[in-house]
Design a protein around this ligand. Structure first.
Ligand code: SMG
Ligand code: MG
Length: 367
């Protein structure tokens, strides 16, 4: 497949409400899309990180640079999606940037032979149960009101963002008010091993899992914490490859894994992590990065693989956006439907994309 053009489109889309985590508050989805034009078809992908390196070390400005100067030159003019990882391997890190590039190329490739990404990855269902991630609130009544709304919409599982000072009481309040709803928490690295006794207080609430309590490079700390609490530990930030997953599983640092294709360099590595986890009997679920429809579509396809036995952070477009870049994804009976069209199965609506685009750059043009 010959690449003719690679474009980067900055987009900024307001969120319907602020999303607060232990590391910061987001009010706008501010990122970029990649558009890859080839001799066979066109492909799209979304960069998953934000303008500031708070969730992970990558951020929009750095990704733009590494794509332009180091990644795109290594995959042009002729490449297949499977070659992207080996060809860019020499460039350390930058997995979210690599994921965007691989996904746009994979989309073009799959479209060129009319195959949906779900079929390519091995999806075994056409719809997946949806969970919703609920940010840190100013008060417990505000939290209860929001959770009530999401449950009324039909979400199958609630994830509460936690941090020191916002953990036991909000969890207790939601448990008491909503009974045995599927409930889990995500700390985004906000605790240390010294908090083990405090985190053990969450054991009584029967949580599905506790996501990433400690620093991302602290696999041993998670293994030690796992010996001191009953709530299953799930790793997110710590897992950036299938090798990481194998290590964490071997060291008993997690009993569940959150797979975000972006964090691990793309859908091909995400599938390898799924396969490693399934081989070890470790349940996985699909994480989210507040993606627009461009990222949401292929995430839904991944979430339809058989090892994804827990509901993912795969909510409806309207959870975050009054207007999405694609046809909106909707929740139906608590489920999200996997796109069925070729490639990632979605594309930006041109007029909407134009309105939300703040800048466009050409990273490669074949002469
Ligand atoms: O896409 O619904 C979503 C967001 C889910 O909570 C979510 N993601 O650590 O899992 C996570 C966070 C990262 C958000 S980064 C701004
Ligand atoms: Mg997380």
């Amino acid at each position: 497949m010959k690449i003719e053009r690679v474009e980067l489109l900055h987009v900024a889309i307001p969120l319907v409400s602020a999303f607060r985590t232990s590391f910061g508050t987001m009010t706008t989805k501010d990122t970029f899309l990649l558009r890859v034009v080839t001799d066979a078809a066109e492909g799209w992908a979304e960069f998953a990180a934000d303008p500031e390196p708070l969730y992970c070390s990558e951020f929009v400005g750095a990704a733009e640079l590494v794509l332009a100067q180091h990644l795109v030159p290594r995959v042009t003019p002729e490449v297949t999606a499977a070659e992207v990882q080996p060809r860019t391997h020499a460039i350390k890190g930058h997995k979210l940037a690599k994921a965007a590039l691989e996904t746009a190329i994979l989309d073009a490739e799959l479209r060129s032979y009319g195959m949906p990404i779900g079929t390519f990855l091995g999806a075994t269902t056409d719809r997946v149960p949806a969970g919703v991630s609920v940010g840190i609130k100013n008060s417990i009544p505000e939290l209860i009101g929001d959770v009530e709304g999401y449950l009324a919409e039909g979400y199958a599982r609630i994830k509460l963002k936690i941090e020191p000072g916002w953990d036991v009481e909000p969890v207790r309040a939601v448990r008491e008010r909503f009974g045995d709803v599927l409930l889990q928490v995500d700390a985004n690295t906000a605790y240390t091993l010294a908090d083990a006794d405090h985190l053990r207080r969450l054991d009584e609430f029967g949580l599905l899992l506790m996501e990433q309590p400690l620093e991302e490079d602290d696999i041993r700390g998670h293994a030690l914490l796992a010996q001191r609490i009953r709530t299953p530990i799930c790793l997110d930030e710590s897992i950036t490859s299938a090798r990481d997953a194998a290590t964490a599983i071997a060291l008993d640092a997690c009993r569940v894994i959150n797979i975000k294709p972006a964090r691990v360099g793309g859908y091909l590595e995400a599938r390898r992590i799924h396969d490693v986890a399934v081989a070890h009997g470790i349940p996985v679920w699909c994480g989210g990065m507040l993606e627009t429809g461009i990222g949401r579509g292929p995430n839904l396809a991944l979430a339809a693989l058989p090892g994804f036995v827990l509901p993912g952070d795969v909510s409806a477009s309207r959870r975050y956006f009054a207007e999405d870049l694609t046809e909106p994804f909707e929740l139906r009976d608590g489920f999200m439907h996997v796109p069925t069209g070729p490639g990632i199965g979605v594309e930006p609506i041109p007029e909407t994309l134009r309105r939300f685009t703040t800048a466009t750059k050409v990273l490669y043009a074949r002469d």
